[in-house]
Design a protein around this ligand. Structure first.
Ligand code: ADP
Ligand code: NI
Length: 217
């Protein structure tokens, strides 16, 4: 099977698996991450096959919905790839990327990433920013039963995965707890350039949100 066919059949597998997802990890999230990862990969001269497979498979089993088990995603990805005649190095790299980019250890240093891991993580982070990131935050918040805003509830800078997960704050707080921090966490130059633009748009959105909240506009 050609590399291209492996990528396309993996895309089809993930599309079927995630079509029903309501948690912000639907197929179209993966599709956007895949596209963006390809773009960044070419600019950064990363291994495109590893990047594409990791981008496609990165959200097939989110640890947040499996009792914090971070091994399910990488294992499921490996099982999928095992049917193909691919280099073991490729399979291992892909599964390691999925493990490492989703890692949210309490107070722990983030694991070191390969160039390909950095590319996929940037693409995933970019999809939480800008106009799309705003839509995803309110969609996730609505699904989790959270209100959009409450001026009396301050954002919390969660320093542990548990506190981040059990948080029930309004969706606007998520901007301060995560989305506005992403710009300074980008790994690649090209990712950073796009992040700056998306960050600017989120700030603009928040300014406008408060103006409307106060009835000024
Ligand atoms: P990733 O795709 O990076 O793994 P997450 O699983 O953390 O992202 O979240 C999926 C989407 O839901 C992202 O766009 C994220 O910003 C959003 N989200 C996560 N937690 C919250 C929250 N507490 N409030 C609002 N949006 C959230
Ligand atoms: Ni994702």
């Amino acid at each position: 099977m050609s590399q291209n066919s492996i990528i396309l059949s993996t895309a089809e597998y993930v599309r079927k698996l995630l079509t029903e997802d309501k948690s912000g990890h639907d197929w179209w999230h993966v599709y956007r991450v895949w596209n963006m990862a390809r773009k960044i990969s070419i600019k950064e001269d990363a291994d495109l096959l590893i990047v594409e497979l990791a981008a496609l498979l990165h959200d097939i089993a989110d640890w947040k919905f499996h009792d914090g088990d971070i091994s399910i995603g990488p294992e499921k990805a490996k099982e999928w790839l095992d049917q193909y005649d691919l280099n073991n190095e490729v399979k291992d790299s892909v599964s390691r990327i999925i493990r490492d980019i989703s890692f949210r250890g309490a107070n722990e240093e983030p694991p070191p990433l390969t160039l390909e891991g950095k590319v996929v993580q940037d693409a995933d982070r970019l999809d939480a920013m800008g106009a799309i990131g705003i839509a995803r935050a309110f969609s996730y918040g609505g699904n989790a039963g959270r209100i959009i805003y409450d001026p009396d509830i301050e954002p919390i800078l969660h320093d542990s995965a548990r506190s981040y997960l059990t948080n029930q704050g309004p969706s606007i707080n998520h901007f301060y707890e995560k989305l506005l921090l992403l710009k300074d966490l980008m790994n690649t130059n090209y990712g950073k350039q796009i992040a700056i633009e998306r960050h600017r748009f989120m700030k603009l959105y928040l300014d406008r949100f408060y103006e409307e909240w106060d009835g000024k506009l």
